[in-house]
Ligand binder design. Structure first.
Ligand code: PNS
Length: 160
């Protein structure tokens, strides 16, 4: 069984993340979407809220499991018999950080391979941080996140 981990902060999950998950399920038998608990920045959404938003966003997909993890990603991958780590690559600006992370993870555990997937071009500019910023300023994020996430973002900022 080919198992992949799709790790991230998912604060909140966006349509770009969902696009990557949908591509990954076509390539792997099981995809574990894993929320990192070692989020140094102050997250807008709690771990539980992020997990719930992801769960709702992947109900249409059979072979997806939603979980959270603490500590080293490569250890979590091994514990779950995953040989692949999925990361989305949007633009060249992602590359340097992703390249360093992939090589560090490889040096920690050579048998876990990072696989980069590109989301649809319409999501190239999209990030959770932009969703938070635009949402806080009451901008329209309806094309960027599922409707339940949009509602949660508005509620977080006390916007009707
Ligand atoms: O969505 P993000 O914030 O880009 O995800 C980053 C994440 C959570 C994948 C990364 O920070 C991570 O893997 N953290 C777990 C701790 C770890 O293994 N660090 C070493 C990676 S080089």
């Amino acid at each position: 069984m080919k198992i992949a981990i799709y790790p991230g902060s998912f604060d909140p999950i966006t349509n770009g993340h969902i696009d990557i998950i949908e591509r990954a399920v076509g390539l792997f038998d099981k995809v574990i979407v894993a929320v990192s608990k070692n989020f140094e920045k102050n997250p807008l959404f709690s771990e539980r809220e992020r997990l719930e938003m992801i769960e709702k966003s992947v109900v249409h997909l059979d072979n997806v499991v939603v979980d959270s993890f603490q500590g080293l990603l490569v250890n979590y991958a091994s514990e779950n018999n995953a040989k692949a780590i999925i990361r989305g690559l949007r633009a060249l600006s992602d590359f340097e950080f992703e390249f360093k992370m992939a090589l560090m993870n490889r040096s920690l555990k050579d048998e876990v391979t990072t696989v980069f997937l590109m989301p649809h071009a319409k999501y190239t500019h999209l990030s959770s941080s932009l969703v938070r910023e635009v949402g806080e300023l009451n901008g329209d994020v309806s094309k960027l996140v599922p409707s339940h996430v949009m509602k949660a973002v508005k509620e977080k900022f006390g916007i009707e």
